[in-house]
Design a protein around this ligand. Structure first.
Ligand code: ADP
Ligand code: MG
Length: 482
């Protein structure tokens, strides 16, 4: 029997805002333990929550970018549970009235060639809702510690339909989702900092069947690669259980990325009953058309749309666009250099290859780069005009990285310009020698510095465009024969 996998992902993404979800204390990472707290975060008696409008803006933006329907009215619900990571004993979340419904994430299907854009498809979303994050527990030999800095941070949950069919598709989905969130400035999605977390629901069914199989939920998948590995492992485990005549039990399993094994955490019988009810401290929110329109106006072009546009508008090959597009700042850098130079393909090559390599070597981010789009454009123009040969262009690029000077300045100072016609240069040199018999005699008498007397007139004749090294060589050659 052949089986097919069915996967749905629940992804938690920390929403980037200055303050927490229901109070003004700062939301941040890396502060001393329990310093980002206040009476609301700690649920002290009488402290009341007030919604952070910016957090909702961000989730509406995410929803609009993903093609979700934005609920005209959403509300806040209490998800009740008792655990030390939550000081209130409930989490403010959205239950039956989430802010975003439907929508999809465009993914690039696995197995495509690395050199051409592969097939794409839309993975359906169920919903996106907004809630508050909980604190962080650390268990050690001396006991367990709790840090409430993360508690109350805005957190959105993006739930997909059981629409993914392989571990590789799940990987592509998370990669695409992460890029979109970063593009929108909605989250940095750094999984190491816990800004993006994923639970994977996995089931199998015989190929051709339409009914869903019993699902197993995998928790603690803390990198995109672990998600892929965890799902692949779970699919194999389920197939082997079924092939041995067993049945899949609905349960939550913990996948250990280090050992590559999973173990059961809890079964369906122990599933929580959260007894959701509307939070009486918070008003429902109405998102009207004007609000949506304002946010829509700030939504960036989606990454895959941009990639298709780079391909059709600039004929930049996929190998280059797939380097540029995932980084929004880098693709903006590219477009500026393409516009300034009028040569998008050459600009794309310099940026995707040389700029990234040099930045990597120097260990600095694009934002700190001395080479700006105008530098790349200037260099591209010099090369295109045949003003400097290829190897010299590399040298100019390295010098631009170091000094931030314009390529023209570097080319002239280093005498790299190949533009001047050799015959013309020789003519100017002859004229300079003919005009200064005394310096010719001095040079012949052994005074080497006398050669400098000819260089001014030659440079004037060349309007400064002559290669100084070449001028020197030509003068010496003519003086030898004179
Ligand atoms: P729960 O209430 O247990 O969280 P949901 O029905 O809300 O379950 O679904 C949670 C996630 O599990 C969603 O991403 C959904 O697509 C996925 N899912 C649901 N049923 C299955 C299934 N049979 N196989 C794989 N994934 C599933
Ligand atoms: Mg679940």
């Amino acid at each position: 029997m052949n089986y097919e996998a069915v996967i749905g992902l629940e992804v938690h993404v920390q929403v980037r805002t200055a303050s927490k979800m229901f109070t003004r204390v700062a939301a941040g990472f890396g502060a001393p333990e329990n310093s980002l707290t206040d009476p609301v975060v700690l649920a002290l008696p009488g402290a009341l929550p007030v919604m952070n409008r910016e957090a909702l803006n961000q989730v509406v933006k995410a929803g609009l970018m993903l093609g979700c329907a934005i609920a005209p009215v959403c509300k806040w619900d209490r998800k009740n549970y008792f655990y030390p990571d939550s000081p209130k004993n409930y989490q403010i979340s959205q239950y039956d009235n989430p802010i975003c419904v439907g929508g999809s994430v465009e993914i690039e299907l696995p197995g495509a060639s690395r050199n051409v854009m592969g097939a794409h498809r839309a993975v359906a979303l169920t919903r996106i809702h907004l809630e508050e994050d909980v604190g962080k527990l650390t268990h050690g030999a001396g006991g367990s510690l709790i840090d409430f800095n993360r508690a109350g941070t805005p957190l959105m949950e993006i739930v997909s339909e059981p629409d993914l069919r392989s571990a590789d598709e799940a990987f592509a989905y998370l990669t695409a989702l992460k890029t979109i969130m970063i593009y929108g400035g909605i989250s940095d999605c750094d999984m190491e900092k816990g800004q993006m977390r994923c639970d994977a629901n996995v089931s199998i069914r015989p190929v051709g069947a339409t009914a869903l199989g019993t699902k197993v939920e995998l928790k603690n998948l803390n990198s995109i690669s672990f998600v892929r590995a965890g799902i692949a492992h779970e699919i194999r485990r389920q197939v082997s259980v079924v092939e041995r005549g067993g049945a899949i039990v609905q349960e939550t399993r913990d996948y250990d990325g280090q050992t590559g094994a999973s173990q059961s955490l809890r079964s369906k019988e122990m599933a929580h009953d959260y007894r959701y009810f509307p939070d009486p401290d918070l008003m429902p929110v109405r998102v009207d058309e004007a609000w949506k329109a304002r946010i829509r106006a700030g939504c960036p072009e989606l990454p895959f749309d941009k990639q298709r546009r780079f391909l059709s508008e600039y004929q930049v090959p996929y190998t280059i666009t797939s380097v540029l597009v995932p980084d929004r700042a880098l693709s903006d850098f590219f477009e500026e250099a393409a516009r300034l130079s009028g040569k998008p393909q050459a600009a794309g090559n310099w940026i995707a290859n040389d700029l990234l390599r040099e930045l990597g070597r120097a260990g600095i981010p694009l934002g700190a780069s001395r080479v700006r789009p105008a530098h790349v454009a200037g260099l591209v123009k010099l090369v295109e005009a045949g003003a400097i040969p290829g190897p010299a262009a590399r040298e100019v690029f390295a010098a631009m990285m170091e000094t931030g000077e314009a390529p023209e300045v570097i080319v002239d100072r280093r005498g790299l310009r190949a533009g001047t016609d050799a015959g013309e240069l020789e003519q100017w040199c002859r004229e300079a020698l003919a005009g200064d018999a005394r310096s010719v005699a001095d040079f012949k008498a052994g005074k080497d510095s006398a050669i400098n007397a000819f260089k001014g007139p030659v440079m004037r004749a060349a309007k400064g465009k002559a290669n100084p090294k070449l001028v020197d060589e030509t003068l010496r050659r003519l003086l030898r024969d004179a």
